[in-house]
Design a protein. Structure first.
Length: 328
């Protein structure tokens, strides 16, 4: 830094301001300092800066799975928002989450040079007392419960499921069958509860729940069961991948969609408009969830203020997979 100061004929403090991205340096002086840095091959030492400031400008992310559409879209948005805020990411996937593995991942990140942690993991694990979140590290939880002690950024799952169910009832279907996500998934639980409460609020019969695992294969297997029942005229699947499996099962079973059976998904994957027929679904704003989770964490790191729960809205996208039931 002293060499750069001599080369640019400025003070060491001015070099420090430029290297830290401060704005209180005039443009001509800044360019002279940057030219001196390039000439001398100078790069700021982030480790030394962290020792001085107590901040690493790094965010840790613990994620349950990298295979689902929603998680990948959310992670992509987190990475973009972190970069925009001047932070790097340290990612620790927990592909087969248990209480012990989540605790180990948290412990690893607490020892890493991170300023805070974003957790995207099955919520019911976070409800277990054996999962200890680091008390001295800012934490933001995505699509999960926060134990009332941590900021939560969440999609309004209940609102989306209500929109899907009311859409099908509004078309004239007597009731709506549900292909749910895994039982230990908090997102699946909220969608299932909202589907049931919406049916009850409209005085409709509540059919038995069929539980899948988010995959199109599980949607296909459960769709074959539904296709055998002539009373089934409307199906709400808890994600688009399972809805795709249901569509295939209906086609294979000779049940026309939407003439005989209407199908609604949840997520609004980019490919959903290209399903046959194009899928009516609930759109989730994953980019907004990722951006707001980084914003909440950085705010706590830099301002020391912890936010509460932030709900991101959902909206129904109506396409050709739903229609009024056929009256024979």
């Amino acid at each position: 830094m002293a060499d750069v100061a001599r080369e640019a004929n400025v003070s060491g403090q001015t070099v420090s301001r430029v290297s830290n991205g401060r704005t209180n340096v005039d443009a001509e002086t800044r360019e002279r300092v940057l030219a001196a840095m390039r000439k001398l091959g100078y790069r700021p030492n982030s480790a030394a800066r962290a020792l001085r400031t107590g901040r690493f400008h790094s965010i840790g992310v613990i994620m349950f799975t990298l295979s689902t559409y929603g998680n990948m879209r959310t992670l992509d948005a987190i990475a973009v928002a972190a970069t925009d805020a001047g932070y790097s990411l340290t990612l620790i996937p927990v592909p087969h989450p248990t209480q012990g593995e989540v605790s180990v991942a948290l412990h690893r990140l607490s020892e890493e040079a991170v300023d805070g942690v974003i957790i995207i993991v099955e919520a019911h694990l976070l409800d277990e007392t054996d999962v200890e979140l680091p008390p001295d590290l800012p934490v933001v939880i995505v699509d999960s419960r926060g134990r009332d002690r941590y900021p939560v950024v969440d999609t309004d799952q209940a609102h989306g499921a209500r929109l899907a169910t009311e859409h099908l009832l509004g078309l004239g279907h007597r009731t709506v069958w549900h292909v749910a996500g895994p039982e230990r998934s908090y997102s699946a639980e909220r969608r299932r509860e909202s589907w049931e409460s919406t049916l009850r609020a409209h005085g409709a019969e509540v059919p038995p729940v069929l539980v899948g695992d988010w995959s199109s294969e599980s949607g296909h297997a459960l769709g074959l069961e539904l296709a055998r029942d002539p009373e089934v005229t409307a199906v709400f699947a808890a994600n688009d991948q399972m809805a795709l499996g249901v569509l295939r099962a209906m086609h294979e079973s000779g049940r026309a969609v939407p003439d005989e059976v209407s199908v609604v998904g949840f997520d609004d994957m980019a490919e959903s408009a290209s399903f046959w027929p194009p899928l009516t679904t609930v759109h989730q704003f994953f980019g907004e969830v990722g951006r707001l989770s980084v914003e909440a964490l950085v705010h706590e790191v830099e301002a020391g203020e912890r936010r509460g729960t932030t709900l991101v809205s959902t909206e129904l996208v109506v396409r050709e997979s739903t229609a009024a039931p056929r009256r024979d």
